[in-house]
Write a protein that binds this ligand. Sequence first.
Ligand SMILES: Nc1ncnc2c1ncn2[C@@H]1O[C@H](COP(=O)(O)OP(=O)(O)OP(=O)(O)O)[C@@H](O)[C@H]1O
Length: 337
Amino acid sequence: MGVEIAVEGLGKSFGPQTVWRDVSLTLPPGEVSVLLGPSGTGKSVFLKCLVGLLRPEHGSILIDGVDLVGCKERQRYELRKLFGVLFQDGALFGSMTLFDNVAFPLREHTRYRESKIRRIVFEKMEMVGLTGAEDKLPGEISGGMRKRAGLARALVLDPEIILCDEPDSGLDPVRTAYLSQLLIDLNAQIDATILIVTHNINVARTVPDNLGMIFRKELVLFGPREILLTSTEPVVAQFLNGLRHGPIGMSEEKDQATLEAERARYGDGAELPEIVPQLEPSPGLPVRDAVRRRKDRLVQSLHTLAPAAQQNVLSSLTEHEMARYGLRRSTRAGGVL
Ligand SMILES: Nc1ncnc2c1ncn2[C@@H]1O[C@H](COP(=O)(O)OP(=O)(O)OP(=O)(O)O)[C@@H](O)[C@H]1O
């Protein structure tokens, strides 16, 4: 199972510019989380801090109990091995074939024989649907294939944590849907802790177990999807529903396109749409253990959730699960005894 990442009081600045301050959240082990936020709010900077590429000035990042911020360089090097990172553009070497790109971390960090490297590379390329493209150069394939190759490379060292920086950027909606499915399938297969940075509303609605949002230099909320997707917190509701009215202004141009598209779909109404079901692993794959663990956790804290979130948690439980948790549905709509 993937490891837990506990971030406490994190703050990052570049000279006089504060990117964000006092960010605290816990990425539950083996679950998929999404970090949202308008352009330029520091989502990529957050990912780079998590993997140790940037150093925050304040706070701690406990990975499996070890503080990445305060630890020695040697320990940081060891912690980094737990991560697989998919950068925005795939970050492939243009002069290397896909095979060599994907093999690169194995050749750098292990002493495996070439036959073993070959086996691992072929296995990961099959996982991301790139069998047969091993000899292609990055310049000869589509953006979606480059992302998948980047993902295969992020997987070769069997990471316990996978970070994806805008895996959907530059992809059409169909390829984004395939990539979203791929991430859920991967989670079902390897149970890694996954954090995805995006401003794609569909990805946020359908992929993660947990959601968080950065706005105006702060983490506005972080929690289970049922809480964020039913939240009436103005900035969260505006962003997740692509509404014009709300704290996010016109000046963030990149999000304007998203806002236009969603406005065309939902109109300007303040009514929140129903929560759409979360993606499930493709047929033939194991069920995600994270789903069961998360339900256990949510049921324990059910009474602390707002009514709309509570109702969504309850409606996600099967009758068998209701019985296992000792819950009975009341005759009142969505109620519980
Ligand atoms: N190495 C750096 N040195 C100085 N400033 C930086 C550096 N990296 C990022 N920044 C600044 O930090 C802020 C946040 O950038 P970041 O790329 O994390 O935003 P983002 O939320 O990921 O944006 P987008 O959604 O557009 O990718 C920006 O103002 C950016 O210019």
